[in-house]
Design a protein around this ligand. Sequence first.
Ligand code: GLU
Ligand code: ZN
Length: 296
Amino acid sequence: MTKPTYRGRFAPSPTGELHLGTLLAAVGSYLQARSQHGKWLMRIEDVDTTRRVEGSSDALLRALESFGFEWDGAEVYQSQRTELYEAVLATLTNKELIYPCTCSRKQLADQGEAQVYAGHCRHRQLPLREEHALRIRVANQSVGFDDLVMGLYQQQLASECGDFVIKRRDGLYAYQLAVVVDDAEQGITEVVRGTDLLDSTPRQIYLQQQLSYAQPGYLHLPLLIDEHGHKLGKSTGAAALDLTHPVQHLHSSLELLGQQPPGELARDSLSQLWQWAINHWDIDCIPKQSLVIRQH
Ligand code: GLU
Ligand code: ZN
């Protein structure tokens, strides 16, 4: 049997401008796909319409273009795929894996269930109603996978996560469901993204198993932290990248990913730098520990 063509993707949430962390994930997933002559798809993860910032999808796509990224086919928007998620929810419901949860955020906190849901509503047999969140039952089993950078990662879903939400009380589908459906539907063979999603992966694999989807490979890139050890992100006010110097930013991203691009390439053209990066991409050089970024 021949190996299926590599299909990777980049799946940004359009919640603001392009930051270094987003760029790093884009660079890593792009190089992993292009170095294997694979496809690289673009998916805008705007399923959480409450967090959507007007115009930011377009701004993000234009910013990525200015870095020279080229994606295959048209970009896909999660906000336009509700029917797909609905159909999958019906499948899970038919398998009796879904139940409504009426717990408020405060109740969850009081029950100590903010992190791990101990199953307060699991046996209450509440009718499925619009205004309730829906959770999926997890089995008391360990779900593990071998990450290409981070190595073996395992979770006992029942004790470390609990039954998780796949449709929110406000009617929006949860990221965990949408990402699994989209990765399968787009035929993604490998997921490359930031380590902040490492602990979501067992939930996603569990969903793939329940839906009889093929399991993609996983590669998680190191997290960016500031000098105080805090995760660098939009919430911590990480600076938006200055789009007038794409070559320098791409050069630093490659360095952060352990790729050691020659210094003179920082003054060369974007296409020369990409060419070098695609030819020399080596995942064995990617650091596992978090990367400290000093913000001026
Ligand atoms: N949309 C997610 C984010 O921007 C990434 C999801 C994924 O790559 O699976 O953090
Ligand atoms: Zn509940």
